[in-house]
Design a protein around this ligand. Sequence first.
Ligand code: BTN
Length: 243
Amino acid sequence: MYPLIHLSEVHSTNNYLKKILLEDNLEEGTVVYADFQTAGRGQRGNGWESERFKNLTFSMVLYPHMVQANEQFIISQFVSLAIKDVLSFYTDDISIKWPNDIYWQEKKICGILIENVLLGSKIHNSILGIGLNIHQTYFYSDAPNPVSLSQITGDSYDLITILHQIIKRIEYYYTQIQNNSKESIISLYKESLFRKDGYHLYNDGNADFLASIQNIEPSGILELKTDKGELRKFAFKEVRYVL
Ligand code: BTN
């Protein structure tokens, strides 16, 4: 059993674990979850909105020393898959929007913030921060397209049950990484992608363009083929999905 730390309120579960790790060791797999974050953090320097008691906000620490720094994207891939698998038990139409947002149809149900500390060419520690909307029905921030599980299904859920399901699924995929078998994770991730088929609108910061997903490189680079037949490669933040 992984150690589970429950906090009623914290600035950010990611920051909480990071601070402890500066001074102490934590058992691998330790999870901290909070009823409320006063300064929840999202990607791109954004905040993460989550109403008190309504959703899951938690972080887990791993020591994936077997993962090379230039292949750290595999962590995003297996964490995304774990959450997608669990949510797919409750509803259809769950997909992974590259690099690691979890979508239901065209809406975001879960965000992931992975923070790795590198030591040379390896990963020293990795904090997996997960914000999963379960019961929230009104979102105050300007996040473009949030949705919660109960908005989708009309049901309510035991948060801790879902937390344990996700942790177990993360452990399942992490064991594969420890056994150096990444291939099925890589192919399952590709099969699970939002907009994996057909041409869709993207924006490169200058203009919208139509393209289809060709591949995701091990480094996490997204390869798009435009409707003009041009192959274009993008790192995270260099391209935006037009929704
Ligand atoms: C995103 O912007 O999509 C990532 C959101 C990640 C939010 C989670 S909530 C638990 C953990 N603690 C944080 O401060 N952020 C992550």
